[in-house]
Design a protein. Structure first.
Length: 411
Protein backbone atom coordinates (compact mmCIF):
# COMPACT_ATOMS: atom_id res chain seq x y z
CA UNK A 1 0.00 0.00 0.00
CA UNK A 2 1.84 3.11 -1.20
CA UNK A 3 2.07 6.15 0.99
CA UNK A 4 1.17 9.66 -0.06
CA UNK A 5 3.41 11.38 -2.57
CA UNK A 6 1.68 14.71 -1.81
CA UNK A 7 3.06 17.28 0.58
CA UNK A 8 1.15 17.36 3.89
CA UNK A 9 -1.97 19.47 4.41
CA UNK A 10 -4.08 20.49 7.35
CA UNK A 11 -6.83 17.92 7.46
CA UNK A 12 -10.03 19.94 7.36
CA UNK A 13 -13.36 19.01 5.83
CA UNK A 14 -12.71 21.17 2.77
CA UNK A 15 -9.20 19.80 2.26
CA UNK A 16 -10.31 16.19 2.58
CA UNK A 17 -13.19 16.68 0.16
CA UNK A 18 -10.70 17.99 -2.46
CA UNK A 19 -8.40 14.93 -2.25
CA UNK A 20 -8.45 13.03 -5.55
CA UNK A 21 -9.14 9.33 -5.91
CA UNK A 22 -6.74 7.06 -7.82
CA UNK A 23 -8.07 4.04 -9.72
CA UNK A 24 -6.72 0.82 -8.19
CA UNK A 25 -4.61 2.67 -5.66
CA UNK A 26 -4.97 4.04 -2.15
CA UNK A 27 -2.74 6.58 -0.48
CA UNK A 28 -2.33 8.45 2.79
CA UNK A 29 -2.13 12.18 3.43
CA UNK A 30 -0.74 13.31 6.77
CA UNK A 31 -1.72 16.36 8.75
CA UNK A 32 0.76 19.25 8.90
CA UNK A 33 -0.22 20.27 12.44
CA UNK A 34 -0.41 16.87 14.17
CA UNK A 35 2.37 14.53 13.07
CA UNK A 36 1.37 10.88 12.57
CA UNK A 37 -2.31 11.82 12.06
CA UNK A 38 -3.55 11.15 8.54
CA UNK A 39 -6.35 10.15 6.21
CA UNK A 40 -6.31 7.25 3.75
CA UNK A 41 -8.05 7.78 0.42
CA UNK A 42 -9.44 4.60 -1.14
CA UNK A 43 -10.02 3.98 -4.90
CA UNK A 44 -13.76 3.86 -4.11
CA UNK A 45 -13.60 7.41 -2.81
CA UNK A 46 -14.06 6.47 0.82
CA UNK A 47 -11.68 8.08 3.28
CA UNK A 48 -10.50 6.73 6.65
CA UNK A 49 -8.72 8.54 9.49
CA UNK A 50 -5.70 6.86 11.06
CA UNK A 51 -2.54 7.32 13.05
CA UNK A 52 0.79 5.86 11.96
CA UNK A 53 3.72 5.77 14.35
CA UNK A 54 6.81 3.79 15.31
CA UNK A 55 6.84 1.76 18.50
CA UNK A 56 9.86 -0.26 19.62
CA UNK A 57 11.31 -0.15 16.12
CA UNK A 58 8.09 -1.21 14.37
CA UNK A 59 5.75 0.87 12.21
CA UNK A 60 2.25 0.63 13.67
CA UNK A 61 -1.06 1.86 12.35
CA UNK A 62 -4.48 2.29 14.02
CA UNK A 63 -7.66 3.23 12.13
CA UNK A 64 -9.83 5.91 13.74
CA UNK A 65 -12.98 5.66 11.65
CA UNK A 66 -14.46 6.59 8.29
CA UNK A 67 -14.67 10.21 7.18
CA UNK A 68 -18.30 11.31 7.23
CA UNK A 69 -19.58 9.47 10.28
CA UNK A 70 -16.40 10.71 11.98
CA UNK A 71 -15.57 14.40 11.57
CA UNK A 72 -11.98 15.70 11.21
CA UNK A 73 -12.30 17.34 14.65
CA UNK A 74 -13.40 14.10 16.32
CA UNK A 75 -10.64 12.12 14.61
CA UNK A 76 -8.02 14.73 15.58
CA UNK A 77 -9.04 14.55 19.27
CA UNK A 78 -8.89 10.76 19.24
CA UNK A 79 -5.52 10.83 17.50
CA UNK A 80 -4.10 13.19 20.15
CA UNK A 81 -5.20 10.79 22.90
CA UNK A 82 -3.69 7.72 21.25
CA UNK A 83 -0.45 9.46 20.30
CA UNK A 84 -0.21 10.60 23.91
CA UNK A 85 -0.35 6.93 24.92
CA UNK A 86 2.52 6.18 22.51
CA UNK A 87 4.66 8.84 24.22
CA UNK A 88 3.78 7.21 27.57
CA UNK A 89 5.07 3.85 26.36
CA UNK A 90 1.71 2.29 25.51
CA UNK A 91 1.06 0.76 22.09
CA UNK A 92 -2.56 1.53 21.00
CA UNK A 93 -2.31 -1.07 18.23
CA UNK A 94 -1.50 -3.79 20.76
CA UNK A 95 -4.42 -2.66 22.91
CA UNK A 96 -6.68 -2.78 19.85
CA UNK A 97 -5.56 -6.33 19.07
CA UNK A 98 -6.18 -7.38 22.68
CA UNK A 99 -9.65 -5.86 22.57
CA UNK A 100 -10.47 -7.82 19.44
CA UNK A 101 -9.26 -11.06 21.00
CA UNK A 102 -11.31 -10.37 24.15
CA UNK A 103 -14.52 -10.36 22.14
CA UNK A 104 -17.96 -9.49 23.49
CA UNK A 105 -19.71 -9.95 26.82
CA UNK A 106 -21.75 -12.78 25.24
CA UNK A 107 -18.52 -14.57 24.25
CA UNK A 108 -17.16 -14.13 27.77
CA UNK A 109 -20.43 -15.52 29.15
CA UNK A 110 -20.13 -18.60 26.94
CA UNK A 111 -16.57 -19.25 28.09
CA UNK A 112 -17.68 -18.71 31.70
CA UNK A 113 -20.49 -21.28 31.36
CA UNK A 114 -18.38 -23.76 29.36
CA UNK A 115 -15.07 -23.65 31.25
CA UNK A 116 -15.62 -22.34 34.75
CA UNK A 117 -19.13 -23.28 35.86
CA UNK A 118 -19.11 -27.06 35.12
CA UNK A 119 -16.01 -27.69 37.23
CA UNK A 120 -16.51 -25.15 40.02
CA UNK A 121 -20.27 -25.01 40.66
CA UNK A 122 -22.94 -27.37 41.91
CA UNK A 123 -25.83 -28.11 39.53
CA UNK A 124 -28.27 -25.74 41.25
CA UNK A 125 -25.72 -22.91 41.21
CA UNK A 126 -24.82 -23.68 37.59
CA UNK A 127 -28.48 -23.41 36.60
CA UNK A 128 -28.81 -20.04 38.33
CA UNK A 129 -25.63 -18.73 36.68
CA UNK A 130 -26.85 -19.88 33.27
CA UNK A 131 -30.17 -18.14 33.82
CA UNK A 132 -28.48 -14.87 34.85
CA UNK A 133 -26.15 -14.91 31.85
CA UNK A 134 -28.66 -15.86 29.18
CA UNK A 135 -31.76 -14.03 30.42
CA UNK A 136 -30.36 -10.84 31.91
CA UNK A 137 -26.70 -10.19 31.03
CA UNK A 138 -26.73 -11.18 27.36
CA UNK A 139 -30.04 -9.49 26.65
CA UNK A 140 -28.66 -6.13 27.81
CA UNK A 141 -24.89 -6.32 27.32
CA UNK A 142 -24.26 -9.33 25.07
CA UNK A 143 -23.11 -7.38 22.02
CA UNK A 144 -20.98 -4.98 24.05
CA UNK A 145 -17.23 -5.30 23.52
CA UNK A 146 -15.64 -6.67 26.67
CA UNK A 147 -12.90 -4.05 26.68
CA UNK A 148 -15.44 -1.25 26.30
CA UNK A 149 -17.69 -2.23 29.22
CA UNK A 150 -17.94 0.61 31.75
CA UNK A 151 -19.36 1.09 35.23
CA UNK A 152 -22.15 3.14 33.66
CA UNK A 153 -23.16 0.07 31.59
CA UNK A 154 -23.21 -2.12 34.69
CA UNK A 155 -25.14 0.45 36.73
CA UNK A 156 -27.74 0.74 33.96
CA UNK A 157 -28.23 -3.04 33.85
CA UNK A 158 -28.62 -3.15 37.64
CA UNK A 159 -31.05 -0.22 37.57
CA UNK A 160 -33.25 -1.80 34.89
CA UNK A 161 -33.70 -4.83 37.18
CA UNK A 162 -34.64 -2.72 40.22
CA UNK A 163 -38.20 -4.10 40.23
CA UNK A 164 -36.71 -7.52 41.07
CA UNK A 165 -33.96 -6.53 43.55
CA UNK A 166 -32.96 -10.06 44.47
CA UNK A 167 -32.38 -10.99 40.82
CA UNK A 168 -30.67 -7.65 40.18
CA UNK A 169 -28.14 -8.39 42.93
CA UNK A 170 -27.59 -11.98 41.81
CA UNK A 171 -27.03 -10.83 38.22
CA UNK A 172 -24.55 -8.21 39.40
CA UNK A 173 -22.68 -10.90 41.33
CA UNK A 174 -22.51 -13.24 38.32
CA UNK A 175 -21.31 -10.44 36.03
CA UNK A 176 -18.66 -9.45 38.56
CA UNK A 177 -17.41 -13.04 38.70
CA UNK A 178 -17.24 -13.16 34.91
CA UNK A 179 -15.21 -9.95 34.78
CA UNK A 180 -12.83 -11.15 37.50
CA UNK A 181 -12.19 -14.21 35.36
CA UNK A 182 -11.69 -11.95 32.33
CA UNK A 183 -8.82 -10.33 34.23
CA UNK A 184 -7.45 -13.75 35.21
CA UNK A 185 -7.63 -14.87 31.57
CA UNK A 186 -5.83 -11.73 30.39
CA UNK A 187 -8.86 -10.28 28.61
CA UNK A 188 -9.06 -7.13 30.74
CA UNK A 189 -6.46 -5.22 32.77
CA UNK A 190 -6.06 -6.16 36.43
CA UNK A 191 -8.30 -4.17 38.77
CA UNK A 192 -10.58 -2.99 35.97
CA UNK A 193 -13.79 -4.73 37.05
CA UNK A 194 -16.54 -2.11 36.49
CA UNK A 195 -18.91 -3.89 38.92
CA UNK A 196 -16.90 -2.43 41.80
CA UNK A 197 -18.72 0.25 43.78
CA UNK A 198 -22.11 -0.57 42.20
CA UNK A 199 -24.23 -0.71 45.33
CA UNK A 200 -26.59 -3.65 45.70
CA UNK A 201 -30.27 -3.15 46.44
CA UNK A 202 -31.58 -3.87 49.90
CA UNK A 203 -33.22 -7.28 50.09
CA UNK A 204 -36.02 -8.01 52.50
CA UNK A 205 -35.39 -11.58 53.53
CA UNK A 206 -38.50 -13.66 53.98
CA UNK A 207 -38.55 -15.08 57.49
CA UNK A 208 -41.55 -17.42 57.47
CA UNK A 209 -41.86 -20.01 60.23
CA UNK A 210 -44.74 -22.42 60.70
CA UNK A 211 -46.57 -22.30 64.00
CA UNK A 212 -47.46 -25.43 65.94
CA UNK A 213 -51.02 -25.27 64.61
CA UNK A 214 -49.76 -24.90 61.03
CA UNK A 215 -47.39 -27.84 61.40
CA UNK A 216 -50.26 -29.95 62.73
CA UNK A 217 -52.43 -28.95 59.77
CA UNK A 218 -49.61 -29.74 57.33
CA UNK A 219 -49.16 -33.15 58.94
CA UNK A 220 -52.88 -33.85 58.64
CA UNK A 221 -52.86 -32.93 54.93
CA UNK A 222 -49.80 -35.10 54.28
CA UNK A 223 -51.56 -38.08 55.85
CA UNK A 224 -54.67 -37.44 53.76
CA UNK A 225 -53.02 -37.04 50.35
CA UNK A 226 -50.83 -40.07 51.01
CA UNK A 227 -53.70 -42.34 52.05
CA UNK A 228 -55.84 -41.21 49.12
CA UNK A 229 -53.01 -41.58 46.64
CA UNK A 230 -53.37 -37.94 45.57
CA UNK A 231 -49.62 -37.35 45.87
CA UNK A 232 -46.73 -39.76 45.51
CA UNK A 233 -45.40 -41.31 48.70
CA UNK A 234 -41.96 -40.04 47.68
CA UNK A 235 -43.15 -36.42 47.64
CA UNK A 236 -44.87 -36.78 51.01
CA UNK A 237 -41.80 -38.42 52.56
CA UNK A 238 -39.60 -35.66 51.14
CA UNK A 239 -41.64 -32.95 52.87
CA UNK A 240 -41.60 -34.83 56.18
CA UNK A 241 -37.83 -35.26 56.01
CA UNK A 242 -37.29 -31.59 55.12
CA UNK A 243 -39.24 -30.46 58.17
CA UNK A 244 -37.69 -33.00 60.56
CA UNK A 245 -34.03 -32.60 59.47
CA UNK A 246 -33.72 -28.93 58.48
CA UNK A 247 -31.89 -30.08 55.34
CA UNK A 248 -31.92 -28.22 52.05
CA UNK A 249 -34.23 -29.55 49.36
CA UNK A 250 -31.35 -30.71 47.13
CA UNK A 251 -29.85 -32.66 50.04
CA UNK A 252 -33.03 -34.70 50.58
CA UNK A 253 -33.83 -35.07 46.88
CA UNK A 254 -30.40 -36.57 46.16
CA UNK A 255 -30.17 -38.59 49.37
CA UNK A 256 -29.15 -42.19 48.70
CA UNK A 257 -29.72 -45.20 50.93
CA UNK A 258 -25.97 -45.66 51.21
CA UNK A 259 -25.85 -42.27 52.98
CA UNK A 260 -28.33 -43.37 55.66
CA UNK A 261 -26.59 -44.64 58.80
CA UNK A 262 -29.49 -45.96 60.87
CA UNK A 263 -27.44 -47.41 63.79
CA UNK A 264 -25.76 -44.03 64.33
CA UNK A 265 -28.98 -42.11 63.54
CA UNK A 266 -27.39 -39.83 60.98
CA UNK A 267 -27.20 -39.01 57.29
CA UNK A 268 -23.67 -38.97 55.91
CA UNK A 269 -23.90 -36.59 52.96
CA UNK A 270 -20.85 -36.80 50.67
CA UNK A 271 -21.68 -33.43 49.16
CA UNK A 272 -23.80 -30.39 49.99
CA UNK A 273 -23.74 -26.63 49.54
CA UNK A 274 -21.02 -26.47 52.20
CA UNK A 275 -19.28 -29.73 51.29
CA UNK A 276 -19.43 -33.16 52.91
CA UNK A 277 -21.28 -33.22 56.23
CA UNK A 278 -22.99 -35.46 58.77
CA UNK A 279 -26.62 -34.72 59.61
CA UNK A 280 -27.66 -36.15 62.97
CA UNK A 281 -31.33 -37.09 63.09
CA UNK A 282 -33.95 -38.03 65.63
CA UNK A 283 -36.16 -41.08 65.92
CA UNK A 284 -38.95 -39.30 64.04
CA UNK A 285 -36.68 -39.21 60.98
CA UNK A 286 -35.72 -42.86 61.41
CA UNK A 287 -39.42 -43.66 61.52
CA UNK A 288 -40.07 -41.84 58.24
CA UNK A 289 -37.11 -43.59 56.59
CA UNK A 290 -38.29 -47.02 57.81
CA UNK A 291 -41.71 -46.39 56.24
CA UNK A 292 -40.21 -45.66 52.82
CA UNK A 293 -40.30 -48.62 50.47
CA UNK A 294 -36.98 -49.22 48.77
CA UNK A 295 -37.15 -49.52 44.98
CA UNK A 296 -34.95 -52.18 43.45
CA UNK A 297 -32.11 -50.82 41.29
CA UNK A 298 -32.82 -47.28 42.45
CA UNK A 299 -30.23 -45.91 44.92
CA UNK A 300 -32.28 -42.89 45.95
CA UNK A 301 -34.48 -42.53 49.03
CA UNK A 302 -36.86 -40.12 47.30
CA UNK A 303 -37.40 -41.95 44.03
CA UNK A 304 -38.57 -40.32 40.83
CA UNK A 305 -40.69 -41.60 37.97
CA UNK A 306 -37.68 -42.54 35.84
CA UNK A 307 -35.53 -45.62 36.54
CA UNK A 308 -32.56 -45.04 38.86
CA UNK A 309 -33.52 -41.37 39.30
CA UNK A 310 -34.59 -39.23 42.22
CA UNK A 311 -37.73 -37.10 42.32
CA UNK A 312 -36.76 -33.98 40.37
CA UNK A 313 -39.78 -31.69 40.75
CA UNK A 314 -41.03 -30.98 44.26
CA UNK A 315 -42.51 -27.56 43.52
CA UNK A 316 -45.72 -28.79 41.88
CA UNK A 317 -46.70 -31.27 44.63
CA UNK A 318 -45.69 -28.73 47.29
CA UNK A 319 -47.96 -26.06 45.79
CA UNK A 320 -50.91 -28.47 45.89
CA UNK A 321 -50.15 -29.60 49.44
CA UNK A 322 -49.61 -26.13 50.88
CA UNK A 323 -52.88 -24.96 49.31
CA UNK A 324 -54.80 -27.78 51.01
CA UNK A 325 -53.06 -26.90 54.30
CA UNK A 326 -54.03 -23.23 53.99
CA UNK A 327 -50.41 -22.14 53.63
CA UNK A 328 -50.37 -20.60 50.12
CA UNK A 329 -47.38 -18.32 50.74
CA UNK A 330 -45.08 -20.85 52.44
CA UNK A 331 -42.05 -21.96 50.43
CA UNK A 332 -40.31 -25.31 50.72
CA UNK A 333 -37.25 -23.54 52.16
CA UNK A 334 -39.44 -22.22 54.97
CA UNK A 335 -39.51 -25.77 56.36
CA UNK A 336 -35.78 -25.35 57.03
CA UNK A 337 -36.51 -22.04 58.76
CA UNK A 338 -39.16 -23.78 60.84
CA UNK A 339 -36.64 -26.38 61.96
CA UNK A 340 -34.31 -23.60 63.13
CA UNK A 341 -37.17 -21.82 64.89
CA UNK A 342 -38.16 -25.01 66.71
CA UNK A 343 -34.59 -25.49 67.90
CA UNK A 344 -34.48 -22.00 69.37
CA UNK A 345 -37.89 -22.44 70.95
CA UNK A 346 -36.71 -25.46 72.95
CA UNK A 347 -33.74 -23.49 74.19
CA UNK A 348 -30.89 -24.38 71.79
CA UNK A 349 -28.42 -21.54 71.17
CA UNK A 350 -27.43 -20.07 67.84
CA UNK A 351 -24.10 -21.96 67.67
CA UNK A 352 -25.91 -25.29 68.02
CA UNK A 353 -28.55 -24.28 65.46
CA UNK A 354 -25.73 -23.39 63.07
CA UNK A 355 -24.26 -26.86 63.50
CA UNK A 356 -27.62 -28.54 62.97
CA UNK A 357 -28.21 -26.56 59.76
CA UNK A 358 -24.67 -27.07 58.50
CA UNK A 359 -23.79 -23.38 58.41
CA UNK A 360 -20.11 -22.61 57.92
CA UNK A 361 -20.40 -18.92 58.82
CA UNK A 362 -21.77 -17.40 62.00
CA UNK A 363 -23.36 -14.58 60.01
CA UNK A 364 -25.64 -17.08 58.24
CA UNK A 365 -27.12 -18.31 61.53
CA UNK A 366 -27.30 -14.77 62.91
CA UNK A 367 -30.43 -14.12 60.82
CA UNK A 368 -32.29 -16.18 63.46
CA UNK A 369 -30.94 -14.11 66.37
CA UNK A 370 -34.24 -12.38 67.03
CA UNK A 371 -35.87 -15.77 67.60
CA UNK A 372 -33.30 -16.78 70.19
CA UNK A 373 -34.89 -14.32 72.60
CA UNK A 374 -38.33 -15.97 72.40
CA UNK A 375 -37.70 -18.63 75.10
CA UNK A 376 -36.25 -15.91 77.33
CA UNK A 377 -39.28 -13.73 76.77
CA UNK A 378 -41.57 -16.62 77.63
CA UNK A 379 -39.64 -17.27 80.85
CA UNK A 380 -39.77 -13.59 81.76
CA UNK A 381 -43.52 -13.58 81.26
CA UNK A 382 -43.96 -16.62 83.50
CA UNK A 383 -41.84 -15.12 86.27
CA UNK A 384 -43.44 -11.71 85.86
CA UNK A 385 -46.95 -13.19 85.99
CA UNK A 386 -46.04 -15.14 89.12
CA UNK A 387 -44.66 -12.10 90.91
CA UNK A 388 -47.51 -10.02 89.60
CA UNK A 389 -49.96 -12.38 91.29
CA UNK A 390 -48.38 -11.75 94.70
CA UNK A 391 -48.22 -8.04 94.00
CA UNK A 392 -51.92 -7.92 93.19
CA UNK A 393 -52.72 -9.92 96.34
CA UNK A 394 -50.67 -7.48 98.39
CA UNK A 395 -52.38 -4.46 96.88
CA UNK A 396 -55.78 -6.04 97.46
CA UNK A 397 -54.98 -6.76 101.11
CA UNK A 398 -53.83 -3.19 101.68
CA UNK A 399 -56.94 -1.84 100.02
CA UNK A 400 -59.22 -4.04 102.16
CA UNK A 401 -57.35 -3.03 105.31
CA UNK A 402 -57.66 0.65 104.45
CA UNK A 403 -61.34 0.29 103.75
CA UNK A 404 -61.86 -1.40 107.15
CA UNK A 405 -60.05 1.34 109.01
CA UNK A 406 -62.01 4.03 107.23
CA UNK A 407 -65.25 2.34 108.14
CA UNK A 408 -64.25 2.22 111.83
CA UNK A 409 -63.32 5.88 111.89
CA UNK A 410 -66.63 6.77 110.30
CA UNK A 411 -68.39 4.80 112.96
Amino acid sequence: MPLDDHSGIKLTKRAIDLLETRPGQNYIVFDTELPCFGVRVMPSGKRFFLIQYRFQGRTRRVMLGMYGPVTPEQARRQAMILLGQVKAGIDPAEQRDSDRMAGTIAELGKRFLDQYVPTRCKPSTAAEYKRSVEMFINSKLGTKRLAALTRADVSQLHFELRHIPYQANRTLGVLSKMLNLAEEWGLRPDGSNPCRHVKKYKENRRERFLTGEEIAKLGEVLDQVESRGEESRAAVACIRLLLLTGCRLSEIQTLKWEHVDTPSACLRLPDSKTGAKVVHVGQAVIGVLNDIERVEDNPYVIVGTLPQAHLADMQKPWRRIRKLAGLPEVRIHDLRHTFASAGLTVGEGLPMIGKLLGHTQVQTTARYAHLAADPVKAAVERVSDRLGTFLVKSRTAIAESTTGLTGQNMG
